[in-house]
Ligand binder design. Structure first.
Ligand SMILES: Cc1ncc(COP(=O)(O)O)c(C=O)c1O
Length: 484
């Protein structure tokens, strides 16, 4: 996207080489030893003694109308989709001339066996046929039941009418939330640097971005409060939505502590906005200290929580779900009805098997966390000598280091020319700004796929590249000074 045509060819060749050099390391069953994990503690994202917000009343059904976009409020149920849901509810005694489902007897598949490192999933006969058939838009009923159980055990959200919709990855959930809530030109609250997929979903709406700065612990509630107070005072349109990645933010790697979450939740009640909690790195918290989720403190029905197993199980499975207040969830389901009918049934059957076996799931997630932790530590050791060239915080969750390059106002040239020509791929910080053309001194480094043995070489090249760019910037400054 950023590559100029002059460098297009060179970059193409380099990219090919880089791709070929990449070796995929798959672990054998032997290398994966199933750990004995305390499942209740592992999946505990609430604080039973945390103070819940009780000054504000829960939103009622009709209160949600004011948050809905015109598009979302115009959606109507699809009759045929309702028939599919009915068909799943009534059981098999009913004679049906109604459904437009294909007959399973034409499906060519007979058996599906999927071995994991810890178990085997075998689907055949009726089970396999069901895993290849149409579904109600909300999701595979057995998976929905399991996820409802999982969410209430893991987050213990305050008693309010909520439900779950299975989505095609969290990106799908983000897109749906944006469509659900936003009008063109609306103000939107987010962190100063945020996940590019969120910005992408926003662009057609040309929103007013209210990017709240972060420190090493994530979004600053005081700044959020003062931005909102100022808007209120000036009679400006107030935002209806805050998007936040509370654990291992992409790109900054921050983990928002519990007190900040509570403070931000209180601000949502005070200034009347909803929180879209996008938390795909929740299982990659290396500190062993789970932080209560926004969902766990949602006494007023203001949280739409997005979960995904992309980073820890499989990205291609698109295994994800939204947990939201019922009136909003019903609208999201109407969106799914016409957008894709439903998320892939087979993926949902695989996800069900995974979530159902809590112990194996926890054990696998521990493995994934340990695997990435080792890489985080290795890259950290390699990067440490660079602190003076490009300071960074030690990420306690997620997959990213966020470096601020000293003496370079904009890393664009550094990423796409200097580093690329030396065979090093990086992401420039502006990729995480809404305005990607703005100059930016930050770099995001990911440790998920780089081989451990390549880390030192990568960091050594990075150091050379930074020094080169710093010299370039210095020379430019001198030129400007003499010309002036
Ligand atoms: C913060 C954040 N949200 C959502 C996604 C997309 O995840 P999924 O694969 O579940 O769509 C990513 C992927 O990088 C991400 O970093």
């Amino acid at each position: 996207m950023f590559v100029t045509s002059k460098f297009g060819k060179v970059n193409g060749e380099l990219a090919k080489k880089l791709f070929e050099a990449r070796s995929v390391t798959l672990l054998s069953k032997k290398q994966f030893s199933q750990k004995d994990v305390n499942v209740d503690q592992f999946f505990k994202f609430y604080n039973e003694s945390g103070k819940c917000e009780d000054r504000y009343k829960p939103l009622k059904d009709r209160d949600y109308d004011r948050f809905l976009s015109t598009r979302a409020s115009r959606r109507e149920p699809s009759l045929t989709r309702q028939m599919t849901s009915l068909a799943y509810k009534v059981g098999k005694d009913m004679i049906s001339l109604a459904e437009g489902m294909p007959n399973e007897q034409v499906f060519p598949y007979k058996r599906l066996a999927l071995d994991t490192r810890f178990s085997s999933l075998v689907l055949e006969g009726k089970e396999l046929a069901a895993a290849l058939q149409y579904l109600p838009s909300q999701g595979l009923p057995a998976l929905l039941s399991e996820l409802r159980k999982f969410q209430s055990e893991a987050h213990r959200p305050p008693e309010l009418p909520r439900d779950i919709l299975v989505t095609n990855g969290s990106q799908h959930g983000i897109y749906q939330c944006v469509e659900l809530l936003l009008e063109p030109g609306d103000p939107v609250l987010t962190s100063e640097f945020a996940y590019t997929g969120f910005h992408g979903a926003l662009r057609p709406y040309q929103p007013e971005i209210l990017g709240i700065p972060e420190d090493k612990d994530g979004m600053l509630p005081e700044t959020l409060d003062s931005v909102l107070a100022d808007r209120l005072r000036r009679g400006l349109k107030m935002p209806k939505m805050l998007y936040i990645t509370p654990t291992g933010s992409n790109p900054t790697g921050t983990v928002l502590p519990e007190d900040r979450r509570r403070r931000i939740y209180e601000l949502a009640c005070k200034y009347d906005f909803l929180i879209v909690e996008d938390d795909p790195y929740i299982f990659l918290n290396y500190s062993d200290h789970n932080v209560p989720s926004f969902l766990s403190m949602d006494t007023c029905g203001r949280v739409l929580r997005l979960d995904s197993v992309s980073k820890v199980v499989s990205a291609g499975l698109r295994g994800a779900w939204i947990t939201a207040p019922k009136p909003l969830l019903e609208r999201l389901e109407l969106h799914s009805q016409v957008e894709l009918l439903h998320s892939c049934t087979l993926s949902q059957a695989i996800l069900l098997e995974l979530v159902k076996n809590r112990k194996s799931f926890a054990s696998h997630l521990t493995f994934a966390r340990d695997f990435y932790k080792q890489r985080r530590d290795a890259l950290h050791s390699a990067l440490n000598p660079l602190q003076r060239l490009a300071p960074f915080e030690y990420p306690t969750a997620g997959l990213y280091f966020w470096l601020r390059v000293n003496g370079v106002d904009d890393v664009y040239n550094m990423v796409f020319h200097t580093a690329f020509e030396r065979g090093l791929m990086l992401v420039p910080g502006q990729a995480f700004l809404y305005d990607t053309s703005a100059p930016c001194p930050y770099l995001r480094l990911t440790f998920s796929k780089i081989r451990l043995e390549d880390m030192d070489a990568a960091v050594s090249t990075l150091a050379d590249v930074i020094r080169y760019e710093q010299q370039r910037a210095e020379q430019k400054q001198k030129r400007v000074a003499t010309e002036g």
